[in-house]
Design a protein around this ligand. Sequence first.
Ligand code: ADP
Ligand code: MG
Length: 684
Amino acid sequence: MQGLEREIQYVKGVGEARAKLLNKLDIFTLEDLITYYPRDYEDRSKPKLIASLQDGEEALIEATVVSKMTEARIRRNMAIYKLVVRDESGTCVLTWFNQSYLKGRFAVGEKYKFYGKVSVKYGKVEMNSPVYDSEKTNKNTGKIIPLYPLTYGLAQTTIRQVMENGIKLAKEENLIEESLPDYIRDKYKLESMKEAIPKVHFPADFNEYEKARYTLAFEELLTMQLALISLKNKYTNEEKGIAFSKDVKMSEVINTLPFKLTRAQLKVLEEIDNDMESEKSMNRLLQGDVGSGKTVVAMIAAYKAVKCGYQCAIMAPTAILASQHLESFEGILKEFGIRCELLIGSVTKKKKEEMLERLKNGEIDILIGTHALLEENVVFKNLGLVVTDEQHRFGVRQRGVITSKGKNPDVLVMTATPIPRTLALILYGDLDISIIDELPPNRKVIETYAVTKNMEQRVNNFVKKQIDEGRQVYVVCPLVEETEEINAKAVTELAEEYKTKIFPEYRVEFLHGKMRPKEKDAIMQEFKNGNIDILVSTTVIEVGVNVPNASIMIVENAERFGLAQLHQLRGRVGRGEYQSYCILKYNSNSDVVRERMKIMQSTNDGFIVAQKDLELRGSGEFFGTRQHGIPEFKVANLFEDMRILKGVQVLAMQIEAEDPKLELEKNKPLKKLIDKKFMNRIEI
Ligand code: ADP
Ligand code: MG
């Protein structure tokens, strides 16, 4: 392969071993390399006076060598080299370990630049293992140095060198293409990609960096907006959808519910009803905090579709959730003669064949299931409504697969991921949005406590008391990112400790992603039936399960979770009549962690939590995680770049109005970019 698609191994400075390391960072091609942007920068461009140095900072000094380097052997394998230097303000001692090659590098009376970590003890200034340059060179100093996210075995200096080579190559062969049309670049004062990409890696100063970054962020956000708009058009511009009959009233089922719907639920149902009766296909996102009652809304929509003569597909991310939905649907809809079935991976072949036959003949009204619904042999007679629950688990393509099983069916996408409204409107540009912003009445506020290690005993006593009163407890294990295996191990070990040491008199079980679906379902069922007191698990229980008797959620190492995720976990309790508690065990002295714990303690409102999370962490982390299903940005930050985002949104709408399919000559580069970047990858 040539050009930007050249494999990374063929970039100067990269051999087989380094290629493997770079692959770990998702760098496979030259293009991946040059768009692997720094996470931070070190300013090694402005020297400081020795007298002004602070303990702990990293700094650049320009100083003259005062005396010859000394060598001291402290052990057989350990030698310390010291060099005393001086500038007009003071003296500094430089220290290196085991770097004998430095001997003779520095001439007494010559001036050098040194950059390193400063220590100031009792007025004595030292610098440890500094990098250096002579007065004339600028190899390690004299500039702004990019710092990249790394992987074990790869050093900053290495990747920096490889990056320099990669950028040089891309420049020499003129490989960087212009993705934004000139008319946009002129209007918004953007740089060319040819300028911006190299400058973001190796800026001469921070002003230059800001300008280059602005261009890259603008491009990223514009591409996303246009991609979302084109997705929306794809769904809505095609043939007409189904106009469900106005004669079937949602109130027929609403009147049989054991509770009164909230005002918010009713408002959302009206929006859905209007969509369903219109002949435009519905593409609606239903957002609502955990426990706000989305399922019943979906059920009422399904009722309408079925009574109008259509079938429904309800897709959930896990078998546990799907079975739970079946239960709730049957509970209400059976008396109307509506036939529901469950299709999950564990259904036997024979039963499945029989089920699929009935589905094809129209003898099943509502098919509830997991990814299993996507299989080719799942054929509906006349699919009219598709509901996907907890949509961030499904990609757009999967949504496409399921909708293609009907003729422009209406689509309702449900999510409990609280995204602040301002962002939701922008991010879900391809869907109309309904929000349930109210919880059913009489919900008890979940009391949240953030505790440190020294509270352990009190927590355990409290847990015992609750179990003795008949309640059940969730314990969620710290996230260990690396692999499912490691996560599984953490869960089993913690469960073992609970079982043998802390709570030997109670029934403790565990659940993790490595277990087979059947095992998981069995454990979850036992927990629901009240036969397990304490369930230790990974975040597999994060979405949607409903066990009203569970009253405590303990999160171990809560500092490792995002706030939005903690909020999701908290939503697993407080689903019944009992006062419920969320205990966040944390182990950190950081102010940010304490601040985050404080937020969790101070509010039960998922939208506030999400907003604060964004403010504290920036969207990089908030949205960086796959679980939100929002494309990852390499440069843009949805919180910090809100202003750019708003501008971009206006521009995207102008472009769409003028040239919805991006067919005009001037928009060709945009079309190319979007096709390349998004069409196969976007996950909404
Ligand atoms: P989520 O939005 O998290 O999916 P669910 O639909 O699971 O929430 O609802 C949580 C619980 O609240 C369910 O047991 C459901 O039956 C109940 N519920 C839903 N709406 C109401 C309401 N208006 N009044 C009382 N309880 C309700
Ligand atoms: Mg739900």
